[in-house]
Design a protein around this ligand. Structure first.
Ligand SMILES: C[S@@+](CC[C@H](N)C(=O)[O-])C[C@H]1O[C@@H](n2cnc3c(N)ncnc32)[C@H](O)[C@@H]1O
Length: 427
């Protein structure tokens, strides 16, 4: 039986390439010390999937027929270890992958011999294997969705020739960021020079699980932290977080505006439970309501001084953290942009005089950000762009002053998820 780490990786690969589903956030929670190996293995399998398949293809008896997913998974798991994980012995890399191939639900039993033969040959010269894989075109690991996200990320900021540089950066596992919620900076974490309250994991330091479990800090991407560092001086007494789970930004809003009442909406029941748990763990109070935010806003009279609409989106800006993203099906952009507009329109109608609305998506696609800003500007000319972020967060044409109403961090110079956000204020 393969080790739990390899079994978890195989499950995750089946989820992505079989079911076309995301890798769940806590997929490796039970793995303990082996989580590091599993994370490295899964990350490499996903980030090099196209090249791994291209390398295997000419070695098959009938290259055009291909092989079942179980065989692809077993081979990928074995090859990645042989090529790029020098700490794993030849024996462990080959035998465990062969056992994986022989596992009924995750492998493809008739191809046990084939997997064994290919991996044994590859194990004879691991450096040559790595060189052959690295020499294959990087574009093989970049299906159309990834190409599109890259072009969108670069368009406002840099030349298309920067595509390879950006792709290479996105292929590195992201360096984790945390938010200090209370107390001192714990050992192993370092303050981020550019973002007050943001902490980074020090080189070689262990994941700060006890500190996170104590409620003194949370994992939060740098872009989310920068987004919530908006400059806004007007009084804020009623806040709405319209799409709130799992509650990272709700937490920041509650701490930034401690005197305000906070309403947090979330449509999915399971995510509502997670949101409640987040707030409870951190000792924060909010009125949590399970509802479709558009319906709720359309049928309620309440108005707010600050509305955050962290809208459901394609997630194209998260592909560094989610290397499975390029391989999933992305045919629902029109549906998503429709939902975003309905939410935007409903949120804009509940803004109190003098109030601020921040719309955000973790996406580089212009349809989900820039186009939504322009659509709202046409639909609601009574709302004014609110320049609440440093100008460096916008694109080169997004304003000439010190501040911008459009948040779109530079994909090469900014370390953090791809985001687009805009802020409008009601006079
Ligand atoms: C981008 S995530 C929000 C992340 C959250 N703001 C945070 O920082 O932790 C979008 C959330 O909106 C929820 N959602 C999607 N459609 C919604 C709707 N119509 N009404 C309310 N919530 C919705 C999703 O379930 C998801 O939890």
């Amino acid at each position: 039986m393969p080790t739990p780490a390899r079994l978890h990786v195989a499950h995750a690969l089946h989820e992505v390439f079989g079911e076309k589903g995301r890798v769940p956030d806590i997929w490796d929670r039970e793995l303990g010390e082996d989580a590091h190996l599993a994370q490295a293995l899964l990350g490499l399998c996903l980030r090099r999937w196209g090249r791994l398949q291209a390398w295997v293809k000419p070695k098959l008896k009938d290259p055009d027929r291909g092989v079942p997913l179980g065989t692809q998974v077993a081979l990928a798991v074995g090859l990645v270890q042989l090529a790029w994980l020098p700490g794993v012995s030849d024996h462990a890399a080959v035998n465990e992958a062969v056992e994986l191939a022989a596992t009924r639900d995750l492998g493809f039993v008739p191809h046990k011999g084939l997997v064994n033969a290919i991996l044994r040959r590859a194990a004879k010269d691991r450096a040559a294997l790595a060189a052959e894989l690295d020499a294959l075109p990087a574009s093989l690991d970049r299906p159309a969705a990834a190409e599109r996200a890259l072009r969108a990320a670069l368009a406002p900021h840099c030349a298309e020739s920067d595509q390879e540089t950006l792709w290479a950066r996105l292929q590195q596992p992201p360096r984790l960021s945390f938010r200090l919620l209370e107390g001192e900076v714990p050992e192993g974490l370092e303050p981020d020079a550019d973002l007050p309250g943001c902490l980074r994991l020090a080189e070689g330091a262990p994941f700060p699980r006890p500190w996170l479990e104590s409620g003194a800090g949370m994992v939060q991407d740098r872009s989310s932290q920068a987004l919530l560092a908006y400059a806004w001086e007007r009084p804020v007494t009623r806040i709405l977080d319209a799409c709130a789970a799992p509650g990272g930004k709700t937490t920041t809003l509650a701490l930034r505006h401690p005197g305000a009442t906070l309403t947090a909406l979330e449509v999915h029941p399971r995510r509502v439970a997670r949101l409640r748990q987040t707030l409870q763990q951190r000792g924060l109070t909010a009125q949590v309501i399970q509802a479709d935010a558009a319906e709720w806003l359309e049928t309620n009279e309440a108005t707010f001084d600050l509305i955050l609409l962290d809208a459901p989106c394609s997630g194209s800006g998260t592909l560094q953290k989610h290397p499975e993203w390029p391989w999933l099906v992305h045919d629902d952009l029109p549906r998503l942009t429709g939902i975003q507009r309905r939410l935007l329109s409903a949120a804009a109608s509940r803004l109190a005089p003098g109030g601020l609305l921040i719309y955000a998506v973790c996406s580089w696609l212009p349809e989900e950000g820039e186009a939504q800003r322009d659509w709202l500007a046409a639909a609601r000319p009574d709302l004014n762009p609110a320049e609440v972020w440093p100008a460096s967060f916008g694109g080169p044409t997004d304003g000439e002053g010190d501040h911008t109403a459009f948040f779109r961090p530079h994909p090469l110079r900014w370390e953090g998820e791809g985001f687009q956000a805009f802020a409008v204020a009601r006079p």
